[in-house]
Each structure stands twice: as C-alpha cells, then as structure tokens.
Design a protein around this ligand. Structure first.
Ligand SMILES: [Zn+2]
Length: 72
C-alpha cells in the first residue's frame, strides 16, 4: 500500500524535472555573520518568495535568521 503511494509521487517528480528545471539548489546564509551554513533545494514553482528560516548558526552559537542565496 505504502509502496504504491511512493511510486506515484516519484513519477510526478520525475515528470516535472524532465520538462523543465524547477528545483534549484540554494544556500542558506546567516544574516548575522554572513556565513553559508546550510544548503537546500527549492521548487521555483511552489516557492517564489525568498526563503527565510530560523536556523542554528554554529558560529554565533544561537538560532539566527538565514536567508537564501545563490550557490556558486
Ligand atoms: Zn551566523
């Protein structure tokens, strides 16, 4: 039962990726020390605004706001 659900989900993802590259890799940059602590992926179609998350920064030793930046 569960396998069937996973299969259909994966097939959808493949179709979308095959047509057009909608998922991009982004880096999450700490707004306090400007270090890039995390990388994640983002679907451009479902997420058009800039990603902002509270994440733990190991350099600041606390949770800070991380904002998406381009990788590279
Ligand atoms: Zn930081």
């Amino acid at each position: 039962m569960r396998g069937g659900l996973l299969e259909s989900g994966a097939a959808k993802g493949l179709n979308m990726a095959g047509k057009k590259q909608t998922v991009e890799i982004i880096a999450l940059q700490c707004t306090e020390c400007k270090r890039r602590n995390y990388t994640t992926t983002k679907n451009r179609k479902t997420m058009q605004e800039k990603l902002e998350l509270m994440k733990y920064c190991k350099w600041d030793h606390k949770h800070t706001l991380h904002r998406e930046t381009k990788v590279k």
